[in-house]
Write a protein that binds this ligand. Structure first.
Ligand code: AHR
Length: 657
């Protein structure tokens, strides 16, 4: 028995020594670029899911600010103290075409107490000590009496942590504003509106924003969340989704024209994720469109990303109602696409270009990409698509169109669309894959044999699912992120075919999500990137400009000994970038040999993302548990010797001059 144990140990030791003595040799042919990497290669997919927009990146703190939710007072509660008298009536203008028909009529007498309304925010309001908050409201005095407003921020204990007063002045509707400074930090604050005096008042669009939004913009975005996006240096921003483009029915589809112009005139609709999952209902989820198409374009510009709007193609979500617009009624949908291009790029004397200028952006947004349809399938899509393509290409031949190959990366629906889209010679095919981590490992070769002369690929939505697609138990764990990192070597290696890729979904509110996993999690005050976020960021920040071959024994490295690797040149910085993913549970030594006529730097930089535990996740308590650690590496001539930790993702940058 002892002898037997000894020989097993001897085997392990010999094996370890073997590993130590014979590193895997990865050869990079740095003088032989095989493909140009598009500036759009790594980007962002944004959808208003999981409170991504309202209650998320859109910094409005008041829920149901214009009383247009199905239940008009959802989010609001009357408050009475002492013997005050007060009542609130929801009134509806019922004007034809009114986009914001409801408002409230308040009658109060505060002689013997207090009457007010309290707004609960989106799972509370995140308030920070010392920060300024801008309160605004549309009011109309309906009589000569003098109701004034006393505004308070209240913490969870009911204590006042900020206050201000505002006196309505007009008999006609008028927007008035006042600022409050918070005296304490509170993740679950509420807004109280006390009516002081005796009389009547009409109110609408009751709003509270932090002054400190991204770039301090009014009607702005949450600065911490945009910063996480900007840090990724994304090549594009896809918006507004996702299934939200389609709507459960056509009546709730995303209509970009209803999301631009004055904020108070944007017509709200129920968010499709409000009711989508019975196990994750979100009855207070609506789309106010305060974050609308203008703001999306601005966001893309701010973070240096190409805008990629996706438009409805006359089809509602095929998982839900599957309604389609008859072919005879499709013209307005096509016109929407043409008008959107005019809105983004048209001169200021065009109708839609003028609106863009009036909203504050006379310069064009320089739109180059446009998606028609989200996850469509079947002949109805192929019937509608050519009408869009023809009209758009005739008027705007340089716009590249993105078309969907459906919900899955294989199977009957995919094969049908893929074949037909290719025979239509479309510009870019949008592929989606929500699959198990193993699928990502097994598909690192997916694009190696794609047609080099056919349509380009947009890996438009992907994420490894730790349990199963749409399971509420899915986690953003290191196992999933590592599998994505391995798969992405295949996207990078095939950058001549794959022009764009984005993880999905992007955001999730910890108390208001419907779908997991998600790239970035947040609550009312905090936010963190998942391990998947750091994988995306490492790829994007180290994007490079040209692919160069990386081989082991003349083979691409896509799974041998659990290794996946790719390499790019960055001609802007004259550097070589190497990405190596070790998905095995063993440490592995590699010798990276750089074949180049150029001089190679003596030292380089190395970023390592790893965890000993594949189940590791980041969290509010430990937001950077799995995040890259930077160190330097010393080269021996044109060789880099690396010891790859088990289950790790390494990125190396060295100078080539
Ligand atoms: O990302 C979540 C959803 O997944 C998207 O809305 C849809 O396109 C896909 O089914």
């Amino acid at each position: 028995m002892k002898k037997c144990l000894l020989s097993v140990w001897a085997l392990i030791v010999t094996g370890t020594q073997l590993f130590a003595q014979s590193p895997t040799v990865l050869t990079i042919k740095a003088d032989k670029p095989t493909a140009t990497i598009q500036p759009t290669m790594w980007g962002i997919f944004f959808e208003d899911i999981n409170l991504g927009a309202d209650g998320g990146i859109y910094a409005e703190l008041v829920k149901n600010r214009s009383f247009e939710f199905n239940a008009p007072m959802m989010g609001w509660k009357e408050q009475k103290e002492g013997e005050a008298f007060g009542s609130t009536l929801v009134e509806n203008r019922l004007e034809k075409g009114a986009t914001n028909p409801r408002y409230i009529h308040v009658t109060a007498n505060s002689d013997k107490g207090k009457y007010g309304l309290i707004n609960e925010g989106f799972r509370g309001m995140g308030i920070k000590q010392g920060e300024t908050y801008d309160f605004s409201v549309w009011t109309r005095k309906t009589d000569a009496s003098s109701l004034t407003l006393h505004i308070e921020l209240i913490n969870i204990k009911g204590e006042v942590i900020g206050k201000a007063d505002l006196t309505p002045t007009d008999k006609d509707w008028k927007k008035q504003s006042v600022s409050l400074t918070a005296t304490a930090t509170e993740p679950k604050a509420k807004l109280a509106l006390w009516f002081v005096g005796t009389g009547n008042l009409d109110l609408d669009m009751i709003s509270l924003f932090p002054k400190n939004t991204w770039k301090q913009r009014p009607n702005g975005l949450r600065a911490d969340l945009v910063q996480l996006l900007a840090d990724m240096k994304p090549g594009f921003l896809r918006f507004p989704g996702g299934c939200i483009v389609e709507g459960r029915e056509l009546s709730t589809r995303y209509q970009w024209k209803k999301t631009v112009g004055e904020v108070e005139s944007r017509e709200m609709v129920i968010n499709r994720w409000n009711t989508e999952f019975k196990h994750r209902p979100t009855p207070d989820y609506f789309q106010t469109f305060g974050l609308g198409f203008y703001e999306y374009f601005l966001l893309a510009e701010d973070i240096g990303a190409e805008p990629l709007p996706i438009l409805n193609c006359g089809m509602a979500c095929q998982f839900n109602s599957a309604e389609v617009v008859p072919m005879s009624e499709i013209d307005p949908f096509v016109q929407d696409a043409l008008d959107l291009i005019e809105f983004a790029n048209g001169s200021t004397d065009t109708k839609w270009g003028k609106l863009r200028a009036d909203m504050g952006h006379p310069k064009p947004f320089n739109l180059k990409l446009l998606g028609v349809g989200n996850e469509q399938w079947g002949p109805q899509y192929l019937e509608r698509l050519p009408l869009f393509t023809k009209a758009i290409k005739e008027k705007y031949p340089t716009i590249k169109l993105v078309n969907s190959s459906g919900t899955d990366p294989n199977g009957e629906r995919f094969d049908y669309l893929n074949k037909n889209l290719r025979s239509m010679n479309v510009d870019i095919i949008d592929e989606h894959y929500y699959r198990a981590p193993d699928w990502f490992l097994q598909n690192a070769h997916r694009y190696d044999n794609y047609d080099r002369n056919g349509p380009k690929i947009f890996a438009g939505e992907y994420a490894a699912q730790s349990v199963a697609t749409v399971s509420p138990d899915n986690k953003n764990n290191w196992k999933c992120a590592l599998a994505e990192a391995a798969f992405m070597t295949g996207l990078e290696r095939n950058a001549d075919v794959v022009h764009m890729a984005s993880y999905a979904p992007l955001f999730a509110h910890a108390e208001g999500w419907q779908w997991t996993p998600d790239l970035i999690w947040f609550d009312n005050l905090r936010s963190y990137g998942t391990p998947n976020y750091y994988v995306q960021k490492l790829y994007s920040v180290h994007k490079g400009t040209q692919v160069v071959p990386l081989v082991e024994k003349n083979e691409t490295v896509a799974g041998q000994n659990g290794l996946y690797a790719s390499s790019v040149l960055d001609k802007n910085t004259q550097e070589l970038v190497v990405k190596i993913v070790n998905t095995s549970d063993k440490s592995q030594t590699t010798n990276v040999v750089i074949e180049s006529a150029k001089k190679v730097g003596k030292t380089g930089k190395l970023w390592v993302l790893k965890s000993e535990n594949l189940e590791s996740v980041n969290s509010f308590e430990d937001p950077t548990l799995v995040s890259p650690a930077e160190q330097s590496v010393t080269l021996k001539g044109k060789q880099i010797s690396l010891t790859l930790a088990p289950n790790s993702f390494s990125v190396v940058r060295v100078k080539l001059s």
